[in-house]
Every structure is written in structure tokens, then in C-alpha cells.
Design a protein around this ligand. Structure first.
Ligand code: 3HC
Length: 311
């Protein structure tokens, strides 16, 4: 039976078709999807923290409303993605516990602090810009629920990226102090946003299998290159300098030459020793504990509904 099922699965992948929750799938396929989708969901939820830090201090009502909308969007992205992961057989509680107990990965980028308002611009432009480069190909991921969740998420991410660009543009057209604040934020977020795409291809243990299963469509380095190619002309429009003196386009290779990325910083952040790792988990735990009454009320309501249905 399993040979036939494996052959059917291989055929669906070979034809670049979708795998749906009810289809037979190799345990390793299920496992790597739970790994990636749950980590993606955790990233969205933790990603709410750096920005929510500025909602009460936004410089205008317009900026406050836009930032609140963006943070709410991230919460929604997290819920779509947790729901997609649940179709693979892991429960929401289990994923919550993994994150809260520090056993789950989430994107390195959210372990950096946001000391100025310009960080809201740099996050929108750089972090959401990187997320778009990474997430557009994921709309075609072979696992149906994941690809479909991505379509909705990508539509909202493009608004996130544009509002970040606009914040930086406004600052760069402002006073000298505002221009310095914007450039400082770009200096601090540029390299960590390149690390979002993951380690170099020759140090990426999951890439080969993920690409064979049409989960990952482009390699970490390819998407990093695509992202830099998107940033260079936009940085010119903004009038900001990308903090890499060796950045240049190589006509022959069609690639951007760039300085070495500091992978020890990446490893430190992944090991939990980034600038804000402890704070992010502390806030997540606190929010989970403070939200316990909502979960209890929802369970009690569902129990009563079920009882009524039996009357
Ligand atoms: N942060 C944390 N961990 C990372 C990472 C990063 N930036 N990049 C890689 N890793 C981890 C991987 O998870 C893997 O560890 P694991 O096996 O324990 O999961 C290890 O480093 C080796 O990396 P690989 O390249 O082998 O792993 P992948 O093939 O999974 O590639 C990835 C990494 C490109 C991040 C891929 O998992 C992916 O595309 N994930 C979905 C996208 C995602 O999670 N994006 C987060 C961006 S933030 C966001 O979306 C919010 C937005 O609204 C701003």
C-alpha cells in the first residue's frame, strides 16, 4: 500500500501539483512542513513586539493607525499559519508550548531592538521587503494550505513594505537629525535583514530536500541576491546608503558582490543570545498567561454549546 501511495505522492510532486491534508505524504515531508510553518507562524507573532513598542509613541494619528493595522495583520498571519500547521497533525497548544518554553525557532530578525521611530520605517522597508522576497515563491509551495495562506499574507505584506518606505522617505526629506535617524536605522537593520534568508546555500541542511519537494523554490542565496537587487534602486530614491562599502553589481555574473555576512552574529542570535531574545520570550509568556482567562472562557462557552446541542 505504501509503495503505491509513495508513487502517487512522487507523481504529484513531479507534476508540481498540490499536496492536500488528506493526501498520503512521507513522514519527513510532514515533519519539515510542521517545522517551517510553525516557525513562520512564531515569527509573525513575535514580530508584533518590536513594532508594538512604538504604537503609543507614533508621531501622528495617521502613523499610529497604520502601525496598529500592520501589527494586527501580523497577528492574523500568525493565525493563518498556525491553522495551516494544524492540518498536519500538530495542535495549537503544542506549538504555543514549544514557543513559550524556548524550544521553537522564530526568525532571527525579531531579536533586535527598536530604539527610534525610524526603526518602524527600516522594519517595513527592509524586514517586510525581505519577507516578500521569501514569501512570494512560497505561494507556490507544494503543500496546499501553506501556499494558500501565503497568497493572502503577501497581499498585506506589500502594504507593510510600502508604508515603511514612506516613513523613511518622509524622514529623509526632513531635518538633518531626521536624516541621521533614518540612516542609523538602515545601518542597524540592513545586515540582519540579509540573514533572514538563512545561512549560505552550502551551509543549509534543509534546502536540498525542501527544493526537491517544491517547498523551497529558490535557494537562500538566490533570494538574498534578489532582495539586494530590489534594495539598491530604492535606496537611491530614499537617499540612504546601504552599509556595505563593497556592494557592487558584477556585470559578468549578474550578481551583487557584497562583504562577508557575519554568520557568528547569526549563530549567536539563533542560540538565543541576540539583543532581545530574552525580552521577546518574556513578553510572549506574559501575554500567554494574561490571556489564560480568554482561553478558559472560550472552552467553557464551547462546552455549554455542546451540552445545549445534546439537549
Ligand atoms: N532565523 C531563525 N532561524 C533560521 C533563519 C532565520 N533567519 N534562517 C534559517 N534558520 C534556521 C532554519 O530554521 C534551520 O533550522 P531548523 O532545521 O532547526 O529549522 C537552520 O537555520 C538551517 O537553515 P536552512 O536554510 O537549512 O532552513 P530552511 O530550508 O528552513 O530555510 C528559511 C530557512 C528560508 C527561513 C525557511 O524556513 C523559510 O522560508 N521559512 C518561511 C519564511 C519565514 O519563516 N520567514 C520569516 C520572516 S519574518 C516574517 O515572515 C514576518 C513578516 O511579516 C515580517
Amino acid at each position: 500500500h505504501d509503495e503505491a501511495a509513495q508513487a502517487l505522492f512522487d507523481d504529484l510532486i513531479a507534476k508540481d501539483s498540490r499536496i492536500e491534508p488528506r493526501d498520503w505524504m512521507p513522514e519527513a515531508y510532514r515533519k519539515t512542513l510542521i517545522r517551517q510553518i510553525s516557525q513562520h507562524a512564531h515569527s509573525e507573532i513575535i514580530g508584533m513586539q518590536p513594532e508594538s513598542n512604538w504604537i503609543t509613541r507614533a508621531p501622528s494619528l495617521k502613523r499610529k493607525a497604520i502601525l496598529m493595522a500592520k501589527v494586527q495583520d501580523e497577528a492574523g498571519h500568525g493565525l493563518y499559519l498556525y491553522s495551516a500547521a494544524q492540518t498536519l497533525g500538530i495542535s495549537r497548544e503544542e506549538m504555543m508550548d514549544q514557543l513559550i518554553e524556548g524550544r521553537a525557532r522564530y526568525s532571527s530578525i525579531f531579536n533586535y531592538t527598536t530604539p527610534t521611530w525610524a526603526d518602524m520605517g527600516a522594519i517595513g522597508w527592509l524586514v517586510d521587503g525581505a519577507a516578500i522576497c521569501n514569501q512570494v515563491p512560497l505561494c507556490r509551495a507544494s503543500y496546499g494550505p501553506y501556499g494558500r495562506a501565503m497568497v493572502r499574507i503577501c497581499k498585506e505584506e506589500s502594504f507593510h513594505q510600502r508604508q515603511g518606505f514612506e516613513i523613511l522617505l518622509e524622514l529623509m526629506q526632513g531635518t538633518e537629525a531626521q536624516r541621521e535617524m533614518a540612516q542609523d536605522a538602515v545601518n542597524r537593520w540592513y545586515w540582519p535583514s540579509l540573514m533572514m534568508f538563512g545561512p549560505p546555500d552550502d551551509q543549509s541542511p534543509n534546502s536540498a530536500q525542501s527544493m526537491a519537494w517544491n517547498i523551497k523554490r529558490f535557494s537562500n542565496d538566490d533570494l538574498r541576491q534578489r532582495f539586494v537587487g530590489m534594495l539598491v534602486p530604492q535606496a537611491e530614491v530614499l537617499g540612504v546608503t546601504l552599509p556595505d562599502p563593497n556592494l557592487r553589481f558584477d556585470e559578468e555574473t549578474g550578481q551583487y558582490e557584497m562583504s562577508e555576512i557575519d554568520w557568528t552574529e547569526f549563530d549567536e542570535v539563533l542560540a538565543g543570545r541576540g539583543p532581545a531574545n530574552a525580552e521577546r520570550l518574556r513578553r510572549r509568556r506574559q501575554a500567554h498567561e494574561e490571556g489564560a482567562w480568554v482561553r478558559e472562557a472560550a472552552h467553557e462557552y464551547a462546552r455549554k454549546q455542546a451540552e445545549r446541542a445534546l439537549e
